[in-house]
Ligand binder design. Structure first.
Ligand SMILES: Cc1cc2nc3c(=O)[nH]c(=O)nc-3n(C[C@H](O)[C@H](O)[C@H](O)COP(=O)(O)O)c2cc1C
Length: 196
């Protein structure tokens, strides 16, 4: 698929059909995540695919979010993927510390976006979830207390008549400047503070 078309097709899907997603399809998307770039090629990620039984029911509840249950739609998701943050290479950790940037989160973001784009190309919907009960998710999945799950991904085929929403994004002129910093502040009346 033409790249920009694919980027526009990827959207947060919050209405899933009951159609299951095969592990073959999930693995094709995970392959795209695996190939993502990372600082010092650390690859500080581990993906836990939850796709069956009681575990899935429990993970959906953890994904709904606590204390505010904003993700009730995940109760329909046939697959939930937990992204565990793993130890980075020493050079990446030192570099990140010196520079004051959390490279591991950047790395994970890239891997997750690769996953979501690969899914979109296959007609599979995804929604990245940052608001969920991490403590509960770790307990359900047996993730050591010392590790973090920064994100979950809800995965499933969109409902039959799903319409890709129009992208709400700032204009290029608002987010780009050439040869120096200049930024137009967003309108006070814009939807800057909304989550979606
Ligand atoms: C780090 C991160 C965390 C997010 N957490 C949630 C979430 O908990 N619940 C949700 O419904 N959407 C969540 N989203 C999806 C965003 O709301 C969505 O990407 C954004 O509104 C743009 O819409 P689009 O994905 O349809 O292009 C998250 C996205 C990112 C990148």
């Amino acid at each position: 698929m033409e790249f920009l078309k694919l980027v526009k097709k990827r959207c947060s899907v919050r209405k899933f059909s009951v159609q299951p997603v095969s592990r073959k399809e999930i693995e094709a998307c995970l392959e795209a995540a695996r190939l993502a770039p990372s600082a010092c090629n650390s690859q500080p990620w581990h993906f836990i695919v939850v796709d069956e039984g009681k575990l899935l029911v429990e993970m959906r509840e953890a994904a709904v979010g606590n204390p505010v249950p904003i993700n009730v739609f995940v109760r329909q998701a046939p697959v939930i993927i937990a992204v565990v943050e793993e130890t980075a290479k020493l050079a990446a950790s030192i570099g990140g510390f010196i520079k004051g940037h959390g490279y591991k989160h950047l790395d994970i973001g890239m891997a997750v976006e690769n996953f979501c784009l690969a899914a979109a190309e296959r007609g599979i919907g995804t929604c990245i979830l940052g608001w969920f009960d991490e403590k509960r998710a770790k307990k359900i999945l047996g993730v050591p207390k010392t590790k973090q799950i920064p994100l979950l991904i809800a995965v499933g085929y969109p409902i039959e008549n799903f319409q890709i929403p129009e992208k709400k994004r700032r204009e290029l002129s608002e987010i780009v400047s050439y040869n120096g910093y200049s930024r137009i502040e967003p309108d006070a009346g814009s939807n800057e503070q909304t989550c979606r």
